[in-house]
Design a protein around this ligand. Structure first.
Ligand code: A2P
Length: 286
């Protein structure tokens, strides 16, 4: 990932679609003015990749901000996700239509299964994921989702899904930040050509006071947040930082003037568990 110059530089997915290398996360971003202002700031700072979800309750605000920006739709990369209560073939197709209606868009760039259905008997959740996936494959075939993928899938969830898939997932969006390095899942995805995205790349702000990160960041003259985002990128993942603060939104886009050395990447890889959300895809059942 070295050599990149801006959040607009793209990573190629297995189907040739380009995905901007840093996205603007919108979990907990409110609908209405505060959310719209954050999105306007992000677009003004050059972000072209916006990550939302039906469950975030802010797709309308995302759609309105995109429309108001005047930026050509094809320059933007918009992701949304099907929520847990909408799994299965028919329900997922309906959920997708609803998301598009709220976004005011006739296609999305990336549609993700938000969480694996990992509770209950193996056969049952595997069937549920397979049915949901079949709907995503249909949307992909129709061109309504330019790329498809999953979120919060561990290798044990991905394996059965991929075994029955006609179109393998192109992306897996997982919690990843210093203190939660996700090496096993990243390696599994790398070997199979699945691009990893990092949600909560700043550990929801909880890792930023860590003494090691502060010391390393001081050596580069960057902030701990910029160091976290750079570490994600150099570990091959697309970070999706979120902020409602204009200064921090800009700060999180300015991460292309330094390279973290291999030695410091390893130091960060080895940080003790830190700042985790505590959401385990095997047990999460909202
Ligand atoms: P705020 O909206 O006040 O900026 P994550 O993306 O890992 O979930 O982290 C999001 C949290 O981190 C939010 O609480 C956000 O608060 C905070 N945050 C985002 N960017 C920065 C930054 N550059 N420095 C410090 N805190 C940040």
């Amino acid at each position: 990932m070295a050599g990149w110059k801006s959040v607009q530089d793209r990573v190629e997915l297995r189907n040739g679609c380009g995905i901007p290398c840093v996205g603007f996360g919108t979990w907990k971003m409110p609908q209405g003015t505060a959310g719209a202002e954050a999105l306007h700031q992000a677009l003004a700072d050059g972000y072209r990749h916006i990550d939302t979800a039906a469950a975030y309750g802010n797709e309308e605000t995302v759609g309105e901000a995109v429309a108001a920006s005047g930026i050509p739709r094809e320059e933007l990369f918009v992701t949304t996700k099907v929520w847990n209560t909408e799994r299965g073939y028919d329900a997922t197709l309906r959920a997708f239509d609803e998301s598009c209606r709220r976004l005011g868009m006739d296609y999305v760039d990336l549609y993700l299964v938000h969480w694996p259905a990992a509770q209950g008997p193996e056969g049952q959740w595997q069937r549920t994921n397979a049915e949901t996936w079949r709907a995503l494959e249909a949307l992909y075939a129709q061109g309504r989702a330019r790329a498809i993928g999953v979120s919060n899938f561990k290798p044990r969830h991905l394996e059965p899904l991929m075994a029955g898939a006609d179109v393998p997932p192109m992306v897996n969006q997982i919690e990843m930040h210093p203190g939660c390095n996700q090496e096993a899942t990243r390696e599994f995805c790398r070997e199979r050509g699945i691009v990893v995205e990092a949600w909560s790349p700043l550990g929801q702000g909880r890792v930023l006071a860590d003494a090691t990160l502060a010391e390393v960041a001081a050596r580069y003259g960057c902030t701990p947040a910029q160091l976290c985002l750079r570490w994600c990128l150099q570990r091959g993942a697309i970070p999706l930082p979120k902020s409602l603060d204009a200064g921090r939104i800009s700060e999180n886009a300015r991460i292309f003037w330094f390279d973290v050395s291999d030695e410091d990447l390893l130091l960060i890889d080895g940080l003790d568990p830190l700042g985790q959300s505590g959401l385990d895809p095997d047990t999460v059942d909202f």
